[in-house]
Design a protein around this ligand. Structure first.
Ligand SMILES: Cc1cc2nc3c(=O)[nH]c(=O)nc-3n(C[C@H](O)[C@H](O)[C@H](O)COP(=O)(O)OP(=O)(O)OC[C@H]3O[C@@H](n4cnc5c(N)ncnc54)[C@H](O)[C@@H]3O)c2cc1C
Length: 637
């Protein structure tokens, strides 16, 4: 299949306006005749549900949690980017666009990224109107701080709880529509499969997580906003329920999966403590506004940080990247932390950590100022580690955080299945091979509040729909397949817990498809994943039954999908014979150990289609064409 991104013609800055004008419209009085399913209530799903209902569509919204408010987006800490230029530092839509394309190592679509930068300003206005309590400066204007990969302060924030405040805004808008009867909310439902009828996405099969009942729901279009798949690594900063299942089921029904190997490893997380841990905690990138990253110059130096004099410390990011210093993008900062630890300069008990030190900032601005900016993050750090970061430097290490890959979508955010739209972290669209900080919230809200309301109308207005209800064969077949799979999981009756399998899978992925990869390791990982998958279906233990609240069963289904999906990630990594952003293949690096792209052969999106059980996925290419920015070696010096 030819991958047509449907990028509108005309100059970059006019594409979105022109496209919105050219899209067919659905008459306001006709919108109430159309039903739309939205899966997920994070920032993307919450925003989409509220906006589509506000327009008049009948929306059915689903989520795993007991309340839409508990979606993973609530955890976002540092902030959201926008090109307002309130600080007069020279920011602009163009600069945000350029920084994002460069930050993604030139592996994102120009047109999508430009639209994102344009819409960024609307998002802030919308959220302020909802009452989101962004931090303000002394004059009353919204305040900004800096995030990686940018030399302007363009990140809007609400202390270290920006995601929570933005989600409360989206949730309010969503609940208003629930109150008006335009959104029907289905919490505690897990989408098990997508129903495709006559080549169109027409519904979903879900499991009621309280009663265990399998339900089917029909609609004219389905919008997936089910988040990222970082938990394939077992240990990540993601919420425990984050998963790949909905996206992966859609992939198996015909949606292409794009760039699955592009994973973001965030440089500033609390290091792993031991083997009984099931979760990692992020220390927001915003901390690098004031915190200085360093290691002892001498490998194996075991002195306490306060005993190491200034001239025996290596502030390696500041010396190596004088222009961006501690605020280099995440892929660059993570690789450098690993490099320092590989040289034996890591600190702490495991030696897999570097310092993030606030001593200078506290001396300069006072403890109170630092507390005002980062108080909740410092408190969280102290609660977890038992150390006071006001008095001793934090210890941090990279951890899996975000996935740039996702279901392939065109400019309208529609997948390769007609009527299946994918928003937020679940799609692959805007970040290329590395996402800049504070741009996931921007993308999720752009997709939900400002893109899908237009593009879904364009689809509905040009499509003829046959009558499809849950009595249709496609629904019955899909529901039967979902039930059979549950039965199969419960029938394994093995001896090893699902979590144990998941932990081992995560270790394989971290060791061979993590921060640095090589072909030999990837080949090895592929074999290990296949073996582990076989063992899973013979030896996993899934207690309880299907007619009840059964979290072991829920987890087993998600881990079974991760077991298959992990192999797709490895296949994708093996096929990309270059390094770019978060995909660092050791064979392709510059003399200074930076990622070396191969624009002649790999300036494309790699999209994979499912060809059947245990068959090789098929590769499809969407060439990336850069007409407005020059492809250069990324430099942050
Ligand atoms: C600790 C942390 C801090 C972060 N801080 C920032 C930040 O400061 N700035 C920034 O820009 N980004 C940040 N990010 C990234 C950002 O939070 C996420 O990328 C973003 O919130 C994802 O939003 P989403 O709406 O796409 O998905 P999510 O918020 O992940 O929502 C997914 C939704 O889908 C539902 N769901 C999933 N699977 C199913 C299924 N099978 N059936 C039914 N429902 C399902 C879930 O219940 C949930 O409602 C951070 C991430 C982490 C982990």
């Amino acid at each position: 299949m030819q991958l047509d991104a449907k990028i509108p013609g005309g100059p970059l800055a006019q594409k979105w306006d022109r496209h919105r004008f050219e899209l067919k419209l659905v008459n306001p009085a006709n919108k109430r005749k159309f039903d739309i399913i939205v899966v997920g209530t994070g920032l993307a799903g919450g925003a989409a549900s509220a906006s589509l209902a506000e327009l008049g569509y009948n929306v059915k919204t689903f989520c795993i949690q007991d309340s839409p408010r508990r979606a993973h987006s609530i955890a976002a800490q540092g902030g959201i980017n926008a090109a307002k230029n309130y600080t007069n530092e020279g920011d602009s839509i163009w600069r945000l666009f350029y920084d994002t394309v460069k930050g993604g190592d030139f592996r994102a679509r120009e047109a999508n990224v430009y639209r994102l930068a344009q819409i960024s300003n609307n998002i802030i206005d919308q959220c302020v109107a909802q009452g989101v309590p962004f931090a303000r400066d002394y004059g009353g204007l919204l305040a900004n701080r800096s995030f990686g990969g940018a030399q302007v302060s363009r990140t809007f924030y609400a202390r270290g709880q920006t995601g929570q405040q933005l989600l409360l805004g989206a949730y309010s808008a969503l609940m208003r529509q629930v109150g008006l009867g335009k959104v029907q909310m289905f919490p505690r439902r897990e989408m098990l499969d997508l129903v495709v009828a006559n080549g169109q996405a027409r519904g979903i099969v879900v499991r009621n997580l309280i009663t265990g009942q399998i339900e089917t729901h029909a609609a004219h279009a389905v919008v997936l906003c089910t988040g990222g798949y970082g938990n394939v690594f077992f240990l990540s900063t993601n919420a425990m329920a984050s998963n790949v299942s909905a996206s992966f089921k859609a992939y198996k029904r015909g949606a292409y999966f794009a760039n699955p190997c592009f994973t973001q490893i965030h440089p500033t997380c609390i290091p792993v403590h031991g083997t009984y841990q099931s979760k990692l905690t992020l220390m927001s990138e915003s901390l690098r506004n004031d915190g200085r990253v360093w290691v002892p110059k001498k490998p194996g130096d075991n002195r306490a940080p306060q005993q190491i004099p200034e001239d025996e410390r290596d502030y390696y990011l500041e010396s190596k990247y004088p222009s961006f210093g501690n605020l280099v993008p995440r892929d660059v900062a993570s690789r450098n932390a690993k490099e320092q630890c590989d040289m034996g300069k890591g600190v702490g008990e495991t030696k897999l950590a570097v310092y993030l030190d606030f001593a200078d900032a506290i001396k300069r601005d006072g403890r109170e100022a630092i507390e005002r900016k980062y108080g909740n993050l410092f408190q969280m750090y102290e609660k977890i580690t038992g150390e006071d970061p006001y008095g001793t430097p934090m210890m941090i290490y990279p951890a899996v955080h975000y996935t740039m890959g996702g279901l392939w979508v065109d400019y309208n955010l529609m997948s390769t299945i007609d009527g299946l739209f994918v928003l937020g972290e679940a799609n692959f669209s805007d970040h290329g091979a590395n996402r800049l900080g504070a741009s996931a919230l921007m993308q999720g809200l752009a997709d939900g509040y400002f893109v899908i309301p237009y593009t879904i109308g364009g689809y509905i207005a040009r499509t003829s729909f046959s009558e499809v209800t849950p009595d249709n064969e496609a629904f019955k077949d899909t529901a039967r397949e979902a039930s059979d799979r549950i039965e199969k999981l419960l029938g394994i009756n093995g001896k090893r817990t699902v979590d144990d399998f998941h932990r081992q899978l995560g270790q394989i992925m971290w060791d061979y498809c993590g921060m640095a990869r090589n072909n030999q390791g990837l080949e090895k990982a592929r074999g290990m994943i296949q073996e582990l998958r076989t063992e899973f279906w013979q030896n996993a233990v899934v207690p309880g039954d299907d007619k009840d609240f059964n979290q072991s069963l829920e987890r087993a289904g998600r881990v079974a999908d991760f077991m298959e999906f992990a192999e797709l990630m490895v296949i994708d990594a093996l096929a990309r014979l270059e390094s770019c952003g978060g995909h660092f293949n050791e064979a392709y690096q510059t003399e200074e150990n930076e990622a070396r792209r191969d624009d002649d052969n790999f300036c494309h999106v790699a999209a994979w289609s499912h060809t059947g059980p245990d068959k090789e996925p098929e590769f499809h290419k969407e060439p990336l064409i850069f007409e407005n920015v020059e492809l250069t070696q990324r430099s942050y010096k």
